[in-house]
Design a protein around this ligand. Sequence first.
Ligand code: ATP
Length: 249
Amino acid sequence: MAAKKVKIQVRDLCKHFGDLVVLNDINFDIYDSEFLCVVGPTGCGKTTFCNVVTRLMPITKGSVIMDGEPVDFKKHNISFVFQEPSCLPWRTVWDNVKIGLEIKGYPKSEIKERVGNVLDLTGLTKFKDFFPNQISAGMKQRVAIARAFVTEPDMLLMDEPFGQLDTSTRFHIENSLVRLWQKTKQTVIFVTHNLEEAVYLSERILVCTPKPTKIKEEVMVDHLDYPRDITDREFVKIRKQVTDLVRWW
Ligand SMILES: Nc1ncnc2c1ncn2[C@@H]1O[C@H](COP(=O)(O)OP(=O)(O)OP(=O)(O)O)[C@@H](O)[C@H]1O
């Protein structure tokens, strides 16, 4: 079997806000095309983690290296999906999804092909001419996901993107996210405090401690096939393992 290629190396990463130590010596690798989940208690620094890993925020100490170079959002192609709705209200679904490609100056024919494919994979094709005020919250998050994937980013960060959705909507959107990731094989870091969601989606879970935050343990999930069955014995076992780790925070 081919060795996995390391895409991102996080070394001795620390983030302080004045005297408040939020991240304290975080170390891990992310592999190319991996779907990684990060779970941790409220306020442990998950959003801060996303901001410093992408260097949107300066780091206090340590390094984040992507493909052998320090991460730089001006150089690397990094996409985000946040919990809050982020559609531009004056653009249709199609025009929202294509915006990143438009900014990067892709030819019209390539934009058409890529946007068409990603809308198909996210189940949005029949809503392509709708405006954001004509679609549901779940659909808006699908638009955000499609817009993030369509640029084929080096790293895609998702910060509790489904936190505001009801269980049924979340289940459908999680399935479409997995399908999209399986087709495109982009490198995804997905932050959540929903443990079942982490086991359902990811190949590996990093469990964080409360502040000052460290990585407590990593749990492998890559032996479970997609789409996953939440009643499967191995699924239940892993969810319990992660829950027990969280219980002892
Ligand atoms: N810009 C800032 N200045 C000062 N303190 C900050 C700043 N941003 C975050 N913090 C503090 O850092 C800690 C971690 O915040 P962060 O929002 O990263 O946590 P989180 O795990 O994402 O929270 P939640 O689970 O509620 O989404 C909190 O104590 C917060 O008050």
